[in-house]
Write a protein that binds this ligand. Structure first.
Ligand code: NAG
Ligand code: NAG
Ligand code: NAG
Ligand code: NAG
Ligand code: NAG
Length: 379
């Protein structure tokens, strides 16, 4: 049956418009929305929170040569020559960079920026020097328990703007990136040295310390879950006995094996801890990234990862450029990318990039039970 001309033209037009709508929808489906990300942790993830803390003892990456390889070449508060691991993880998930530091959005309670930013990109609470324990570097950082409290306050602002149901859904879909406990280990080990404990005493001290640390770590994740977080991307403790500031204490520049053993003991317990929490807390999923093993592998065969120096800092002074912090008057190595470490504590931008890629969709041995990509895509 022939259609009357005008009706047919209208039908054709409708079909074309519908097809375009479907194509647009298909394209949107193909390109996933980047997840909102909330970051908790220490200087390996801090993107500037410490710049807003007062006190002479607060570590801040607010001076040259930090940021020399950042667009513009300025220090940003990141303890890197450019981006850090939080930035590269965020980029791999489709964000432009790490979400911004909480204290840049909430110098006081009244800024509307906080809720807006939390709803669109997320927020970073990471703070250099922070640990799981409130006592770790007390007064010089935002400890984990306070970071969690700030997240809770952020949620209240999000709810006021968007409503409880929308915020529950958004938080459940968000990626929680967390890397912390390195500083607790440093502080514990330094205190043990000063106390001059016997080997037997050190062993029992370490056992008690690890129990506390794991219990508070578990409490923090449980609190985050109670606030609404569900998807956890967790970076374990690295090879802390091999950072330049520790190596320089050894006449031969060797690693502190005792400190590495302590880190390993913590990491070995972290796996079952997370598996236990996932069994207990409804909807909790996680990816545990093995920073310890990744670093071990890189150190065993530096050339395979493109490193010519895995022991010294690129920016600093003295032996291994590790006798002082990276300061405006420091020596800076010529090839920033060839060093694992930028300053005497922190990895350089390229190492951060390799790390994030390994955790996002690299070899299966570096993440348990799924990688960061699968975690981000899980619903
Ligand atoms: C709070 O922060 C906002 C935005 O940064 C600023 O405009 C305002 O003056 C601040 N208020 C107080 C009391 O510091
Ligand atoms: C750690 O846990 C202990 C008890 O297990 C608690 O007293 C303490 O307040 C917790 N605090 C932190 C975050 O250090
Ligand atoms: C978050 O804030 C709410 C409301 O103030 C409070 O009831 C709850 O205990 C807080 N949760 C955590 C984990 O701090
Ligand atoms: C660099 O400057 C600091 C003071 O900011 C000073 O203590 C240090 O001795 C200087 N280091 C070098 C290598 O000149
Ligand atoms: C990080 O690595 C990727 C892949 O090699 C590269 O495309 C990108 O430019 C690197 N980013 C930076 C800032 O170095």
């Amino acid at each position: 049956m022939a259609m009357e001309g005008r009706r047919r033209r209208r039908l054709v037009l409708w079909l074309v418009i519908s097809a375009q709508t479907m194509l647009v929808a298909a394209a949107a489906g193909a390109k996933r929305q980047a997840p909102v990300m909330f970051v908790f942790g220490d200087s390996t993830l801090d993107v500037g929170n410490n710049n807003f803390l007062s006190g002479a003892a607060v570590p801040r990456a607010n001076k040259p040569h930090y940021g020399v390889d950042f667009p513009g070449g300025h220090p940003t508060g990141r303890f890197s020559n450019g981006d850090n691991t939080a930035d590269f993880v965020a980029k791999s998930m489709g964000l432009k960079s790490s979400p911004p530091p909480y204290l840049s959005l909430a110098p006081n309670g009244s800024s509307p920026l906080l809720a807006q930013t939390a709803l669109t990109t997320g927020v970073s609470y990471a703070s250099a020097d922070a640990g799981v324990l409130d006592s770790t570097n007390e007064g010089k950082c935002i400890p984990l328990s306070t970071q969690v409290g700030y997240f809770n306050g952020t949620k209240a602002k999000m709810v006021a703007k968007k409503g409880a149901a929308a915020v529950s859904k958004l938080l459940a879909d968000s990626v929680i990136l967390m890397g912390i406990a390195n500083n607790d280990l440093f502080v514990f080990a330094a205190a043990e040295l000063l106390r001059g404990r016997s080997a037997a005493e050190q062993k029992s001290d370490a056992a008690a310390f690890l129990t506390d640390l794991l219990s508070n770590y578990s409490a923090a994740i449980t609190d985050l879950h109670s606030i609404g977080a569900r998807k956890f991307a967790i970076i374990n403790v690295g090879l802390v006995g091999c950072v330049p500031v520790v190596r320089v204490l050894d006449a031969d520049g060797g690693c502190a094996e005792g400190l590495n053993k302590l880190a390993e003991a913590f990491d070995v317990a972290l796996g079952p801890l997370l598996a236990g929490l996932a069994d207990k807390l409804p909807g909790l999923t996680y990816s545990l990234a093995n920073s310890f093993r990744l670093t071990q592998d890189a150190f065993a065969d530096p050339k395979a990862s493109g490193y010519s120096d895995v022991a010294s800092a690129c920016c600093g002074s003295g032996r291994l450029l590790a006798e002082a912090d990276c300061l405006p008057n420091s020596t800076v190595c010529s090839d920033h990318d060839s060093h694992v470490f930028w300053d005497r504590y922190h990895p350089a931008q390229r190492a951060c990039n390799l790390t994030a890629r390994a955790f996002y969709d690299g070899p299966a041995k570096y993440t348990t039970p799924i990688n960061f990509m699968k975690l981000a895509q899980a619903s």
